[in-house]
Structures are given as structure tokens and as C-alpha cells.
Design a protein around this ligand. Structure first.
Ligand code: 4NP
Length: 155
């Protein structure tokens, strides 16, 4: 069975593409590629078509990773299409569920940090208006959350 995972933030150029790329990295490392499909989207549409933010790509490059992708906006149909939707922060969570007024798909939508095993953060902080440290922190936090997420999905 293939599980479809969607990572969602605001712009789909910093946090959610990082989550998607890190998750794909962990999945590939474990040879589980045929079991998962990962994608990402933003609740806002300002950056549609853009690659991941160059500061996020630079932070990834320092760890030997290439973050790829093209931003797209989250749509109501994604609630049907995906098995699990991971929100980076509470605003993202609220904006995702705003497209599901009957709460038919609410069980599929989770907070990404709910899967963290070592960090106590409740949200993935938005690094967009900060410096390089913020991007590095987001990558560390997302590695933790993605490891926990993969562990939970393998069970
Ligand atoms: P992201 O970061 O939601 O992690 O992709 C942001 C990207 C762009 C903006 C805000 C946050 N923006 O305001 O354009």
C-alpha cells in the first residue's frame, strides 16, 4: 500500500518543501520508496511555481542535500487526495481545515511537531523573516519530526 503524505506551510518555499525533501531522504535511505508519495503545498499562493527559498537550499547544501520543488497552493481536493496532511503551524492547521467545513477529513490533518521525539516545539517556526540560524533550526526540527513520522507510519 502506498501512503500519500502532504506537508503544508504558508508559502511552500521554506518549511513544507524542507519537510518533503527530508522525508523523501529518510524514506530513500530505508529503501521504502515504493510505500510513500510525498508532496508539499502552501496555504498562500504568492510563491506559486517558485523553487524552495535560496536560504533554505543553502542550509540544506551545507548538509549535502539538494532541496527541490516548485511551490503550489493547497486546495480542498488535497483533503481527499492525501492520506495524511501535516501542518507546520497552527495557522496552517486552521487554514487547511477552513477548506473542510463539514470536518469530513479532519482526522487526516495533524501538526508536524506532534511527531517530534527530541524537540518540545509545538510548531515549526517560520524562518522567512529571520537569519540563517532559523533555517538551520527548521532543518534540525524537521529531521526529528520526520524520523518520528516515518517510525509511526511503519508501525
Ligand atoms: P514558509 O515561509 O511558509 O515556510 O514557506 C514563508 C514564505 C513566504 C512568506 C511567509 C512565510 N511570505 O510572506 O511571502
Amino acid at each position: 500500500m502506498t501512503q500519500k503524505l502532504l506537508f503544508v506551510c504558508l508559502g511552500n518555499i521554506c518549511r513544507s518543501p524542507a519537510a518533503e525533501n527530508i522525508m523523501n531522504h529518510l524514506i530513500a535511505r530505508e529503501g521504502l520508496g515504493e510505500h510513500f508519495i510525498c508532496d508539499s503545498a502552501g496555504t498562500g499562493g504568492w510563491h506559486v511555481g517558485a523553487p524552495p527559498d535560496r536560504r533554505m537550499r543553502a542550509a540544506a547544501k551545507e548538509r549535502g542535500m539538494d532541496f527541490v520543488g516548485s511551490a503550489r497552493q493547497f486546495q480542498a481536493i488535497d483533503l481527499q487526495e492525501f492520506d495524511l496532511i501535516l501542518a507546520m503551524d497552527r495557522d496552517n492547521y486552521r487554514n487547511i481545515l477552513a477548506l473542510d467545513p463539514q470536518k469530513k477529513f479532519a482526522d487526516k490533518v495533524k501538526m508536524m511537531c506532534g511527531y517530534c521525539e527530541t524537540h518540545s516545539d509545538k510548531e515549526v517556526p517560520d524562518p522567512y523573516y529571520g537569519g540563517a540560524d532559523g533555517f538551520n533550526y527548521v532543518i534540525d526540527l524537521l529531521f526529528d519530526a520526520c524520523r518520528g513520522l516515518l517510525k509511526s507510519l511503519k508501525n
